[in-house]
Design a protein around this ligand. Structure first.
Ligand code: 2PG
Ligand code: MG
Length: 428
């Protein structure tokens, strides 16, 4: 018996930041060390994501209970990984995938499998007395990510009249992560002041950004740029804007219909819309500008814009290496959003990042709109050198936890820490 051998796995049902149930796993090793993990849950989920197992028992949590997934953690997954070496993330994950046996992890649940996968890696890192980012990335893990901070929420994440799901600020001129975070927080507060002074709501959406009613999606960009200046910074030089359109939510049989404004676009018109917007404003990145099955549209969008801005595939790629490879071969997008629960294991998440990087696509470590205090994505960003992280506004602790974890990592790295500024992107 070796000290990192998995002795026992247990599961639990906990709540996420929307008050819905999710799962937690604890992995205990032979030397008594343990690691735990909580998994998040999306709202604008991609059609091709791995399966999130819910009970469907409407007498509990409106059918969203996770008691079956929890049972799978403590029974089937415990049996599958007991006796394996927790240091070998790929072997642990392979055993769980074999026990599940389905392509989308629908038998045991991607939520159950991911919780065990991360908890095992955490336990191994703890047994080796290493921080998780070091366990994942070794000595080369020294690069902090540029925050992609969502400060104005719309779409499926907010009950306002804005169709674009996320308006994010990216501090591209800061000298360190700590400075970058301070600058973002100052802009967030400046935005609150401007909204208040106009009698607009400062209530926040699922990811902590404000969710006011505004005249248009473009008005949202304008007010954010105003906030950047009010906080004493220069748009373009200090801050760029990133959008997540989450446009799979808009796709109908006949083109794209924006549910709140009622506007109608063909793929071609939407491409021109993004092009005009990115010429008019300092936009560096657009995520899911087109829908998850609109490959032809993505090809044309990429031909037109990929040399100029970052085009991020979220629902398009769902952290799935096969879909990422398809996108690469079709020259679609130039960046991959990385959400571990879209694919359901840590090892497949690492492969997705490696696949993106090999093709010179950027990779962005990302939260879900339903989150917990788990900080995996912070360690993942540093460990795998993603150079960008998307984790919401500095106003809800499930988001702030990730930023605080990055502050701690930067401090721990000391002089070895590197903040990438514009070199986080392959464009511009
Ligand atoms: C997204 C995410 C996270 P959700 O679309 O990128 O911001 O939202 O978790 O609801 O899919
Ligand atoms: Mg998205």
């Amino acid at each position: 018996m070796y000290f990192t051998e998995i002795e026992k796995v247990t599961g639990g049902e906990i709540l996420d930041s929307r008050g819905n149930p999710t799962v937690r796993a604890v992995v205990t090793l032979a030397d008594g060390t343990s690691g735990s993990a909580n998994v998040p849950s999306g709202a604008s989920t991609g059609k091709f994501e791995a399966h999130e197992l819910r009970d469907g028992d409407f007498s509990r949590y409106g059918g969203k209970g996770t008691q079956n997934a929890v049972k799978n953690i403590s029974d089937a997954l415990n049996n599958a990984v007991r006796g394996l070496d927790a240091r070998d993330t790929y072997a642990v994950d392979a055993a769980m995938k074999a026990a599940d046996g389905t392509p989308d992890k629908s038998k045991l649940g991607a939520n159950a499998i991911l919780a065990v996968s991360i908890a095992a890696a955490r336990a191994a890192a703890a047994a080796l007395e290493q921080p998780l980012y070091r366990f994942l990335g070794g000595v080369a893990a020294n690069t902090l990510p540029v925050p992609m901070m969502n400060i104005l929420n719309g779409g499926a994440h907010a009950a306002n009249n804005i169709d674009v799901q996320e308006f994010m600020i990216m501090p591209v001129g800061a000298a360190s992560f700590r400075e970058a975070l301070r600058q973002c927080s100052e802009v967030f507060h400046a935005l609150a002041d401007i909204l208040k002074s106009r009698g607009l709501s400062t209530a926040v959406g699922d990811e902590g950004g404000f969710a006011p009613n505004l005249d248009s999606d473009e008005a949202a960009i304008s007010v954010i740029l105003e906030a950047v200046e009010k906080a004493g910074y220069k748009p373009e030089k200090d801050f760029r804007i990133a959008l997540d359109a989450a446009s799979s939510e808009w796709k109908g049989d006949d083109g794209y219909v924006l549910p709140k404004s009622g506007q109608h676009f063909t793929s071609e018109e939407l491409i021109s819309h993004w092009e005009k917007l990115s010429e008019k404003y300092p936009i560096i990145s657009i995520e899911d500008g087109l829908a998850e099955e609109d490959w032809d549209g993505w090809k044309r969008l990429s031909e037109r814009l990929s040399g100029k801005i970052q085009l991020v595939g979220d629902d398009l790629f769902v952290t799935n290496t096969e879909r990422i490879n398809k996108g690469i071969s079709l020259c679609c997008a130039n960046s991959v959003l990385i959400k571990p629960n879209q694919i359901g294991t840590l090892s497949e998440t690492l492969e997705a990042i490696k696949t993106a990087h090999k093709a010179h696509y950027t990779a962005i470590s990302s939260h879900r709109s339903g989150e917990t205090a788990d900080t995996l994505i912070a360690d993942l960003a540093v460990g795998m050198n993603t150079r960008q992280i998307k984790t919401g506004a500095p106003s809800r602790s499930e988001r702030v936890e990730k930023y605080n974890r990055l502050l701690a990592i930067e401090e721990e790295l000391g002089n070895s820490a590197f903040y990438p500024q514009m070199s986080a992107f392959n464009v511009g």
